[in-house]
Design a protein around this ligand. Structure first.
Ligand code: GSH
Length: 199
């Protein structure tokens, strides 16, 4: 199994973290996303959307989109319930992550950590900031009543949300007002087998 990866990508980290928790063997192929490595004809043959992460199975099948890969890998493991309702909740939070969280928190982090300080894209930050805080407030509200995002156990939904939440400060998001989120981040980081994003 090959993971087309980038060491700084939170989307790729979701997959790396799950594979580490599962103790699975795989090959990492580092893609230089800043140099356009995911936009070559060869890579577009693997993912026409030109982005990592992409998982390539031993038989050559290819799967893109971090949360689709994580959901696929979590099936049949302790990180995804067999209960249809909890699986629905798992997807609820994974779609929330992609629509209401990642486009604001991860994109702010990308602008601040990948682009030069004089990048015109810094003008996007004032629009992204309140939307990212809205997502953190939604998470805080959920965590005030429940320990994990889907059901009563740590799951792939937590992994999907943890990836960019635990580095939200790199995107300019101060987690101080979100005590429940900070406690949940700490509990995610304490899971046996946890690896850091820069491992
Ligand atoms: N929705 C996708 C987003 C993937 C994505 O944005 N990947 C970025 C790195 S985090 C990338 O490959 N960027 C390179 C490019 O757009 O050329 C997912 O969750 O996998």
């Amino acid at each position: 199994m090959i993971l087309y990866d980038n060491h700084a990508s939170g989307n790729a980290y979701k997959v790396r973290l799950l594979l580490a928790l599962l103790g699975s063997d795989y090959q990492r192929v580092e893609m230089d996303i800043d140099a356009g490595a995911t936009r070559t004809p060869e890579f577009l043959g693997k993912n026409p959307n030109g982005r990592i992460p992409v998982l390539e199975l031993d038989d050559g099948r290819l799967l893109a989109e971090s949360n689709a890969i994580a959901f696929y890998l979590a099936q049949g493991t302790p990180y995804l319930s067999d209960d249809p309702w909890i699986r629905g909740f798992t997807l609820q939070w994974m779609f929330f992550e992609q629509y209401s969280h990642e486009p604001h928190i991860a994109v702010s982090r990308y602008i601040l950590t990948h682009l030069p300080a004089d990048s015109a894209r810094r003008a996007e930050l004032p629009r992204l900031s309140p939307r990212g805080h809205d997502a953190l407030a939604v998470m805080e509200r959920h965590l005030s009543a429940q320990p994990w995002f889907a059901g009563d156990a740590f799951s792939v939904a937590d992994i999907a949300l943890y990836a960019y939440t635990h580095v939200a400060h790199e995107g300019g998001f101060d987690l101080t007002p979100y005590a429940g989120v900070r406690d949940w981040v700490r509990r995610c980081a304490e899971r046996p087998g946890h690896v850091s994003i820069d491992a």
